[in-house]
Design a protein around this ligand. Sequence first.
Ligand SMILES: Nc1nc2c(ncn2[C@@H]2O[C@H](COP(=O)(O)OP(=O)(O)OP(=O)(O)O)[C@@H](O)[C@H]2O)c(=O)[nH]1
Ligand SMILES: [Mg+2]
Length: 717
Amino acid sequence: MARFGRRPFDVARREEDDPLDKAMAPPPNETPEEREKRLADEAEAQRRSDAIDEEINKQRLAEKREPHIRILLLGQSESGKSTTLKNFQLMNSPKAFRNERASWRAVVQLNVVRSIRTILGVMSEASGRSTPMTISRPGSPEPDADSSPLSPELLKLKMRLAPLQQVEEALLRKLSPPGSMDFEATHLAPVTNLPYATRSSRFTREVAVHSNSQWKGAFSRFMASVRTSLDSMDVDFASDPNDPGVVLNACIEDMIKLWTDPTIQSLLKTYKVRLEDKAGFFLDSLHRVASLNYVPTDDDILRARLKTLGVSEHRFKFKAAGNMVSNDWRIYDVGGARYLRAAWVPYFDNMDAIIFLAPISAFDEVLVEDTSVNRLEDSVLLWKSTVSNKLLEKSQTVLFLNKIDLLRAKLEAGIEFGHYVVSYGDKPNEYDAVSAYLKKKFAGVHKQYSPVPRILYCHLTTMTDAKSTQNILANVIYQSIYKFVVLSSVTDDKWTVYMGLSDSEGRWWKGSWEDHDVHAILGSKASDKLIEEFADQLAKLFVEGELYISNWSTAPGTQIKLTLGPGAKRPMHISLEELSPSQAAEFATGIFLDIALQAKSRKCRLHGSSISFQSSSTSSVPLRAQEAKPTLQTCVSDSSKKPEPPIASSSRATSKAATAARTVETEPKADPAKKRATAPEKPAAPPAPRPQKGASLANPNKKARKYKAIEFESDSE
Ligand SMILES: Nc1nc2c(ncn2[C@@H]2O[C@H](COP(=O)(O)OP(=O)(O)OP(=O)(O)O)[C@@H](O)[C@H]2O)c(=O)[nH]1
Ligand SMILES: [Mg+2]
């Protein structure tokens, strides 16, 4: 009661004492002229402030109206989200990406220091222990106390490397803005017995940076005094005595000695610390990365590790041929550690797509945040909760099963996948089998838990390999921006595929298979029956849209590859060459002609309102950006419609091009004689009799098919 009674007085007193009010108050003894000037200044300041507000509001409104594609990167910590983002940056604006090399130099240096400190931590632990640690995993070699004696030489080395702690602190100071508490502590964490193989995280804590902090800017300012052009690789940081790289450089030989010492190697083995599998591993390139004039390469930047805290938005403008669809992208990168995941949810609304990263090499690792949880299990659970989230039900799902390079290396090193994933049973401990199993597992979860049926685009990736990654990212981008139509035809000696791109330039590609291509797949002695079955299978893949385009490039004349059955054990590929503009025009005209003639023969009326090529699936014209956002689909048809079986057509067409476009027949011709037995007749001249149901181009929905996701049955285990 008493407090309530005093409140008005307190408030009044606070207002009186408000330092802002005091600062803003007119000076005592203000003359009328001064007052007039002050009021004029204030009015001007207000006008400017209003103008700025108005500008901001305008920009906000414009942004709202401006169509853009929103992509959210999701996955546990160290799954490769930020690395994916770096790949997008490298692809979209390599110059800007490379301009940040100076900042990444510091991160690489930090990664080096962290690795060395991990070794020093192991040494401390080994020398401090009188009995070996208990390793809970049965079957793994027990550490042997006698195997880790530290020689006086090693102890001296350890002491000589002590200044690295100051290097680390200096780098952190330079990277984080003044007063920032963004970086997590990097002191040695207490030791715990971990049940799994990877334990290095207990020896050091992660270096992290808040996504909103201007760490690159801060560092660039710091480096500005010494930096010449970072576009050239010839930068001399040695002239700056404050560069932490100077001390690091002085430690090169000692670091190499430590890392290559056989005792240290066996100690690391004993303690199951596989630094070479860890993020930010550069110890095999010490001479290069610790040199005074070191400037990170693109690869180094992709391999550098800096943990993300918070969520950051990155804008890209992808260049699409023509301007029919939106090519403004916003990519959101989030921190994947468990305690950061709550911050994801506000971004779930209205996402066009999510790219989920699951590091499948982590089957024998545990979460840093909770050492009782297997990282692969965490990924599967996170995937399950992501795909089942109602807010994301309209988002396209792209899954990157990442770190396959490390998966391969671990399996080749004899680490048993089945040991950690019991349901895998005794299947072969080989990359193909394991990756297929995991693909199936993740696809099964997607199928089972998606609130609505939707396509899954799944890729096996190595995000640190820019070349292969860019191909995959290009696929993700073109799936979003472009739409395609695929048509095929069979003539006596060839199966020909045409693929059209719905951009404003009307581009077409063409590829074909002849007898020898079929025999190359089935063997030269393939029986008629086998060839027939193969043709049926091929037709099914084609009609059901089990197609995928790789080697995508917008560059004119680039050869691209159409993959049939990307989810099959042995996908098949057909190379497509781009048609010249005049060939493409002739081909497209042929299709129109055929449509018109067939429509006429069926007494269809061709007038504006009844035929809308805008919405026709074969025409595959993308919706204008302002009408609808493009989706991550390469499809051309309405996926909700059940695909029709391939048609043994007896329809007719006039031109070769129109013939090609007419049907979705997919039987490759292995032998002209056999072909005649099974293939459709060669087309004759129009007018055609009414074609079989679904066979006509006048009803194109029956032909063009959606590229379907790779989908597997749910893992029954
Ligand atoms: N060997 C290998 N390393 C990878 C691959 N993808 C990412 N990395 C490395 O793994 C580390 C972690 O990747 P990040 O992209 O930082 O992981 P993140 O998902 O952003 O992690 P948080 O920011 O903690 O959520 C980095 O050092 C990458 O270079 C891969 O495919 N293979
Ligand atoms: Mg990150």
